[in-house]
Design a protein around this ligand. Structure first.
Ligand code: HEM
Length: 405
């Protein structure tokens, strides 16, 4: 077997450590992404796939499958850097990067310190009433029906409405934002680039408007804030706004898709939560653990040896969080879905300095979604003979989720 040629910086890879795993088209992965990723651990501690992930810089990537390794990689930003991984601003010919995911310490630490209070449990608690209202507004029109397209009717618009609330934008903008999510996160090439440009132009106007006349919203807070005595630059503000768009919308939609499929396929779990709604927050943690949606990436900043397998400086690495959250060495009884599991040290929100800043908000949205669905609608299930599939490397989501009741 020929050696796999890598980028200029990297050397050749031993064929024994190569597996052609295609995050985009692998059939088993498309049917059961978390199960397929978790199964990779049976054969490899880590392996190299020339297919890579399109959201990385092209080319191949090393894939880690053990929870302990994934934690170690994500907790070591000096060796495995995040910057340079997602060149969206560059694609538009601009200088901004996604803030803070595309920064490494110390710049990352500085921005994270500024952003953390914007997503604190206290701020999320202040939003709670609005989150509930938005959920009810989307579910109420479904009450007279006997089924719906869960993703189009609920999972996609719901987080967009919360994002618009936080940014102080009118909810009437929702269809436009839903289209941008679709084009930017689920498309490629010109469609993706055009949508990114439109979103950038839209946000540039909002940023300027809030500079002139600040209000009570997240952008106003950011444009009027100072970090170490200096106002945030246009690039920092734009990078942060686009990051929140990319990090806060599709992730919630994707998680909702797997959580609701699980409830539709497991009527006993639905019944349990209808009977004991106080258990919903605990159950959400377990469903996040069982169905992580993110495979995140890093770039090695130096050669690193993992028991004789050498990752070279400049090579991509991928950390599927489905592997760490389902690893029996990390979680006792990891194969069983136990809605009462507590404590639950899952890794659906990642590890280390880049661990999800929006986790409190995400949890609130997921809890409210399940609470209100169970409260306002009858028991739901999948229609007969439906074949579900999932797509996505960095963030995986079900393509469709028809529900009937
Ligand atoms: C269920 C929903 C969500 C999941 C599963 C999720 C998961 C994650 C994960 C795994 C990371 C770490 C990525 C890495 O290490 O490369 C992350 C980072 C991030 N997430 Fe989330 N997320 C969710 C919702 C949200 C929401 C609602 C927001 C904001 C409103 C958000 C904002 C961010 C930001 C800004 C980062 C980058 C943090 C940093 O670089 O320091 N996420 N998320």
């Amino acid at each position: 077997m020929p050696m796999i040629e890598q980028s200029d910086e990297a050397g050749a890879i031993d064929p024994g450590n190569v597996e052609f795993f295609d995050f985009e088209n692998d059939e088993e992965y498309r049917k059961d992404p978390q199960g397929r990723l978790n199964g990779l651990r049976d054969r490899h501690r880590l392996f190299y796939t020339p297919k890579g992930r399109k959201s990385l810089l092209g080319g191949g990537t090393w894939v880690f499958t053990h929870g302990a390794d994934i934690r170690a990689v994500l907790q070591d930003p000096e060796t495995f850097r995040s910057s340079g991984n997602r060149p969206f601003g560059k694609a538009l010919g601009e200088n901004w990067v996604l803030v803070p995911i595309d920064l490494d310490p110390p710049e990352h630490t500085r921005m994270r310190k500024f952003m953390n209070p914007l997503f604190s449990p206290k701020r999320v608690a202040e939003l709670a009433g609005k989150v509930e209202r938005r959920a009810v507004e989307l579910i109420t029109p479904l009450q007279g029906r006997q089924g719906c397209s869960f993703i189009e009717d609920f999972a996609r618009p719901f987080p967009v409405t919360i994002f618009l609330e936080m940014f102080g934008l009118p909810v009437s903008e929702m269809p436009k934002f839903v289209d941008w999510v679709e084009a930017i996160i689920h498309s490629q090439g010109q469609v993706q680039l055009d949508a990114m440009r439109e979103l950038r132009d839209y946000l540039a106007i909002v940023i300027e408007d809030r500079r002139q006349s600040p209000r009570d919203d997240l952008i106003s807070l950011a444009v009027t804030a100072e970090i170490e005595g200096k106002a945030l630059t246009y690039d920092e503000l734009m990078g942060m706004c686009i990051m929140l768009f990319m990090g806060g919308l599709d992730t919630v939609t994707s998680s909702l898709s797997f959580i609701f499929r699980h409830l539709a396929e497991n009527p006993e779990h639905q019944e349990f939560l209808r009977k004991f709604p106080d258990m919903i927050p605990t159950a959400i943690e377990e469903l996040l653990r069982a169905y992580p949606i993110i495979t995140t990436g890093r770039i090695a900043s130096r050669d690193v040896d993992f028991d004789g397998i050498v990752i070279r400086k400049g090579e991509n690495v991928a950390c599927p969080l489905a592997c760490s959250s389902r690893d029996p060495d990390e979680i006792d009884g990891s194969t069983e879905i136990d809605l009462t599991r507590n404590p639950n040290r899952h890794s659906a929100f990642g590890f280390g300095p880049h661990r999800c800043i929006g986790s409190h908000l995400a949890r609130r949205e997921l809890v409210v979604a399940v609470e209100q669905w169970l409260k306002l609608l009858q028991p739901f299930r999948l229609p007969p003979n439906v074949q579900l599939s999932a797509t996505g490397a960095g963030v995986v989501a079900l393509d469709t989720l028809p529900l009937v009741w």
